[in-house]
Design a protein around this ligand. Structure first.
Ligand code: ATP
Ligand code: GCO
Length: 175
């Protein structure tokens, strides 16, 4: 389902697909990358192992835990900007202060895409997800930490993945 209708390369579009655990960041980010010929990165791959182990043990991360992770993701963003390909990064980016780190000094290439959904719907999805390190028990702490962005592109996650990808492709100017 190619979204880009012409061969014009999208220069430095870095979309941070954000939201609580289980909101669909990886599913949608991978789908957008596939649909646009862009690149997808799972933010979890940039966590220190200690963070993964802490979450797996059922403990929420602190601002201090997340700082090195966010700094590594900012470096990824800067590395990707020179490639001139659409880039999609799954990253919870729960707080405004985290988003300020990711967007550097107001980097115009960075766009936040907020996947919005209810606790009940996301809990239901996490209950059926298998083989992931993140326990469903941490979902409330994710909502507690979430500071919804005022100026992000948003999508209602009660839709199907395909419908969300199509909607976001258009909102990102990729269709
Ligand atoms: N729009 C959707 N409709 C139905 N199921 C969905 C949708 N989006 C994602 N899912 C399913 O919900 C679960 C969570 O999705 P996903 O792992 O992509 O979320 P995530 O935000 O990346 O989670 P985490 O932050 O914990 O890695 C998966 O089992 C996925 O298949
Ligand atoms: O900021 C955080 O608390 C973490 O990054 C979590 O969001 C996990 O990365 C993700 O949800 C599990 O895969």
């Amino acid at each position: 389902m190619p979204l880009i209708s012409n061969s014009t390369a999208i220069i430095s579009m870095i979309a941070i697909i954000m939201g609580v655990s289980g909101s669909g960041k990886s599913t949608i980010g991978e789908g957008l990358a596939e649909a646009t010929g862009g690149e997808f990165f799972d933010g979890d791959d940039f966590h220190p192992q200690a963070n993964i182990e802490k979450m797996h043990a059922g403990h929420p991360l602190t601002d201090e835990d997340r700082l090195p992770w966010l700094e590594r993701l900012r470096q990824l963003i800067e590395d990707q900007e020179v490639k001139g390909k659409p880039t999609f990064i799954a990253c919870s980016a729960l707080k405004k202060s985290y988003r300020l780190i990711l967007e550097g000094d107001g980097d115009p290439a960075v766009k936040f895409v907020f996947l919005e959904g209810s606790f009940a719907l996301i809990k239901e999805r996490l209950d059926t997800r298998k083989g992931h390190f993140m326990p469903e028990s941490l979902l409330q702490s994710q909502f507690d930490a979430l500071q919804a962005p005022e100026d992000a592109i948003t999508a209602d996650i009660s839709q199907t993945p395909d419908a969300i990808i199509k909607e976001l492709g258009a909102k990102l100017g990729l269709a």
